[in-house]
Design a protein around this ligand. Structure first.
Ligand code: B16
Ligand code: MG
Length: 214
């Protein structure tokens, strides 16, 4: 067995909250008369909330915005986003994902979350996924978000595993860069498969079993 642990990104890998991020950012962008498309939203994958706002403001042409006002906008966006999260439940995680996680654990792999999101604990609770993991490293524990390796190194530290023994599963290019910078191999799924920079490419989540059990 080459790897001892698997670190999962959350948004875009285990749950599909990217549509909620999109709707919440869109609401704020409209208020500020900023054009915001789904393509723009793709640039926010794996990026922290504050950095996401700066990316959105690249297309803003109004009066200068103070730091206090930006904090207010961030809170507003998060309130909208959390309203969507409040409607999530166990059914928002596919059976294929739950079964794959259980199988990996049964086979002795240590499992962790490595997410930029400060809402990680709430999402795991809503979807009844908390107990599926041995450790959770998230946006509340780091000072630098992906593409910085901090969140993945934190996950390895919590698992008491060496980075080289961990495989990361990611949907964002920023996350692929972060995992490599942490000295970890990466399996890409979804959007991150396009750039072909990852070590493995997953067509479906359960393809992980083929990588880890060969
Ligand atoms: P929050 P991940 C990331 O989660 C999202 O992909 C990204 O779009 C979001 O801005 C970031 O979390 C922060 O989320 O506003 O909930 O703190 O993909 O790293 O699981
Ligand atoms: Mg993601």
């Amino acid at each position: 067995m080459h790897y001892k642990a698997v670190i999962f990104d959350l948004d875009g890998v285990l749950v599909f909250t990217d549509k909620y991020h999109y709707r919440a950012w869109k609401k704020l962008a409209e208020k500020l008369s900023i054009e915001f498309t789904e393509k723009d939203n793709d640039r926010l994958r794996g990026v922290s909330r504050a950095e996401s706002l700066e990316i959105i403001l690249e297309k803003y042409h109004g009066k200068p915005i103070s730091e206090d006002k930006k904090r207010e906008y961030l809170e507003e966006k998060n309130d909208t986003y959390r309203q969507f999260l409040g409607d999530m439940n166990r059914d928002d995680v596919a059976k294929e994902i739950r079964d794959t996680l259980s199988k990996l654990r049964k086979d002795g792999y240590r499992l962790a979350i490595g997410s930029s999101s400060k809402n990680t604990a709430y999402i795991l609770e809503r979807t009844e996924l908390t107990d599926a993991f041995d450790a959770v490293a998230d946006g509340t524990m780091i000072t630098r978000s992906k593409p910085d390796p901090e969140v993945f190194l934190k996950a390895a530290e919590l698992l008491l595993e060496k980075p080289s023994d961990c495989l990361v599963v990611e949907d964002a290019d920023a996350g692929v860069t972060a995992a490599h910078a942490a000295g970890m191999d990466v399996a890409a799924i979804g959007a991150a498969t396009k750039s072909q920079r990852a070590d493995y490419s997953l067509e479906v989540f359960s393809d992980l079993l083929g990588i880890l059990e060969r």
